[in-house]
Design a protein around this ligand. Structure first.
Ligand code: ADP
Ligand code: ASP
Ligand code: MG
Length: 389
């Protein structure tokens, strides 16, 4: 049976200054006053993680992965203690814990670890003492007892993992948008998707909508956890749970994945050499395409401090972005490809590679064209009346 516990996660945008931290404290207090036991997962404030990465780079150009994780985990530690102070000042009792103190056990891949177990005994003890528990997201401890981080945006995964381990009712992820939209509200004029299936949200997150981390969504799908995406500043939400896909035969979202490098190899030998470099440098391939002895791989550098690191490893590289049209039966409609191709031709946009499946149509194009194509696609494919709600 579900416990009377809720997990609330606040991202960096909701914690970037003292006023926002106090606002978060009052949102948490409201849940506690509603009679819930509350666990709060926090990210680092604003751009703290990026700034910590930059400081580490200024000290050394080399990847000291263990030490980098020590540096980066400090960001969330600051947030957790500040929020605990703000909540205590409201007359409620709270206590903050690092990931390792909450028993978040991970693999040993520094900067990109995965959660393998959660043993939240200290969290449970403090909840039983009626305390609000604040947890530093994005971090854990490996089975080798080293401090690890979960990859950019990893606090979402901490929140979902704790929801599962505590058998909590649900998980709320707060950011600066009041839900999930048909496109990035900073770039296009989208409509809100008030409910999404896990698979739809997974596609959105994997294809670049950073509002939720795709590993967190996969974890939620696996453990059947409902996620509510909310804003810390206004009402409204999107629910992500085991719905059947709702957006049949229609494009329901356009996403853009920035920060990709395309590396090419003109022969099978060159490709082998390239793959060895990928492996030796712990890089993750987002997409790979090969035809007639031309191999193209697309690497995301979201997890690495700087693009330079990847670019200096390979000789033939180019900065690219991917733009995706998401729908549930896309491959049944050749109309969609026709329409997309016309837009690309008319706007003289060169395509480096393309993917087409049941759930998405994705174009890999030059980085400088990404925002333009995102806007063009959204205008042409998304109609406000498609909103089923
Ligand atoms: P946080 O700092 O709280 O983790 P993020 O910056 O990671 O927040 O995620 C929120 C941002 O995600 C929004 O400001 C918005 O620009 C962006 N975003 C991208 N795609 C979408 C989308 N489809 N729906 C909502 N927000 C989106
Ligand atoms: N602070 C980390 C990041 O910026 C983790 C997170 O925000 O979820 O990626
Ligand atoms: Mg985030």
């Amino acid at each position: 049976m579900k416990q009377n516990i809720v997990v609330m996660k606040f991202g960096g945008s909701s914690l970037s200054d003292p006023k926002k931290i106090k606002n978060v404290a009052s949102l948490v207090a409201k849940r506690a006053e509603d009679g819930k036991k509350v666990v709060v997962v926090v990210s680092a404030q604003g751009k703290t993680t990026l700034n910590l990465m930059k400081s580490a780079r200024e000290i050394s150009p080399n990847l000291h992965k263990r030490e980098l994780d020590m540096v980066l985990t400090a960001g969330e530690r600051v947030s957790m203690a500040l929020l605990a102070m703000a909540i205590n000042d409201l007359g409620l009792e709270s206590i903050s814990f690092t990931g390792s103190q909450c028993g978040i056990i991970t693999t040993d891949e520094h900067s990109n670890a995965r959660i393998i177990d959660v043993r939240p005994f200290r969290v449970q003890d403090e909840l039983n003492r009626n305390k609000i528990v604040i947890v530093a997201g994005f971090q854990g401890v490996s089975y080798k007892r080293e401090i690890t981080t979960l990859g950019r945006g990893g606090s979402d995964t901490t929140a979902v993992a704790l929801t599962a381990a505590l058998d909590a009712e649900y998980c709320e992820i707060f950011s600066d948008v009041d839900g999930i939209y048909s496109g990035d509200p900073r770039e296009v004029d989208p409509f809100k998707l008030t409910s999404l299936s896990y698979d739809e949200m997974l596609e959105l997150a994997f294809r670049g909508a950073k509002v939720l981390n795709h590993r967190a969504v996969a974890y939620a799908k696996d453990k059947k956890i409902a996620i509510y995406a909310r804003s810390s500043l206004k009402e409204g939400s999107t629910t992500i749970r085991k719905f059947k896909p709702e957006y049949q035969n229609a494009i329901y979202a356009v996403t853009r994945h920035p920060s990709l490098v395309m590396v090419t190899a003109p022969s099978a030998e060159a490709f082998l050499e390239l793959m060895e470099k990928v492996q030796n440098n712990d890089l993750t391939i987002k997409y790979l395409v090969a035809a007639e002895n031309l191999f193209k791989i697309f690497i995301s550098y979201q997890f690495l401090p700087e693009l330079k690191n990847i670019k200096i490893i390979f000789s033939h590289n180019l900065e690219v972005e991917s733009i995706s049209l998401l729908g549930n039966s896309i491959s049944e409609s050749t109309n969609i490809i026709l329409k997309a191709e016309k837009i690309l031709l008319k706007n003289d946009i060169k395509v480096h590679a393309m993917e087409f499946s049941h759930s998405h149509l994705t174009y890999y194009i030059s980085g400088s064209e990404g925002k333009n194509l995102e806007k063009l696609f959204h205008r042409q494919f998304i109609k406000p009346h498609q909103n089923p709600v």
